[in-house]
Ligand binder design. Structure first.
Ligand code: SAH
Length: 225
């Protein structure tokens, strides 16, 4: 699976893909993540990509030119399943969107900055708009990293058995059960006895029960669905 991320602040994406599971997915050749600096596609002297908004008001707006040139250049090299604009007014990212996207091949992600991007880019090129929640961030870079992480960890071969995504919260209708590791007794705080029993069926039953209790308490809305 290949991601092409378009941004005016590529440095913001230096960290998230260089470690842990996302790094391993790239090393294994399961995922490719390419970050494109929008300024490289600007043809004016200052390499600027934003301008004052028509009609006045505060904040700068990212213009059409450089974005269109970058999108066209990428599209001329391969087909894209989606060209996604990260935007607080988009559909809210959830596990089912991540699941669905994990079977796609080429995804382009456009990160806004400042006040946002010229609406015409959204009208002409964008096939999907995704928000990571009802709050406003300074740019689409962190949201893009969140989306890539949520999707890549679902691609077969990325996680090993110990970290299998299948029992994670939101994969089914239940939140995940509590987890414990050694020591079995820490200053009198004990691990539930059943987990030390070695009885697989009973442990599975206990985990299911705990997941159910936790879901009823914290997210009863998931059970109603
Ligand atoms: N004026 C815009 C917000 C601009 S914030 C509005 O009120 O809708 C600048 C950029 O950050 C956005 O263009 C978007 O790309 C990104 N962004 C901010 N919050 C986001 C969120 N919750 N989810 C996804 N992208 C977000």
């Amino acid at each position: 699976m290949r991601f092409d991320i378009i941004t005016v602040v590529p440095g913001l994406l230096d960290g998230p893909f260089a470690h842990s599971i996302l790094q391993r997915a790239q090393k294994k050749g399961i995922a490719e993540i390419h970050v494109h600096n929008l300024r490289d596609y600007s043809v004016n002297k200052q390499k600027s990509v934003d301008d004052y908004p028509y009609g006045g008001g505060s904040g700068m707006v990212m213009g059409i030119d450089a974005i269109a040139r970058c999108i066209e250049a990428l599209k001329s090299e391969r087909g894209y399943d989606e060209i996604i604009f990260m935007s607080p007014d988009g559909e809210t990212l959830d596990q089912s969107i991540a699941n669905q996207m994990s079977s796609q091949q080429n995804i382009m992600l456009l990160c806004g900055h400042y006040k946002g991007i010229d609406q015409r880019i959204r009208d002409i090129y964008i096939t999907r708009e995704i928000s990571i929640g009802d709050y406003v961030l300074s740019g689409g870079e962190l949201p893009a990293a969140v989306l890539v992480d949520a999707v890549v960890r679902l691609i077969p071969g990325v996680l090993n058995d110990e970290t299998s995504a299948l029992s994670d919260s939101f994969q089914g209708e239940l939140l995940d059960a509590p987890v414990y590791t050694r020591p079995a007794d820490w200053n009198g705080y004990k691990v539930p006895e059943i987990l030390l029993s070695g009885h697989e069926a009973k442990i599975a039953e206990w985990r299911h029960e705990q997941a159910l209790l936790r879901t009823q308490k914290r997210r009863p809305d998931l059970l109603e669905d």
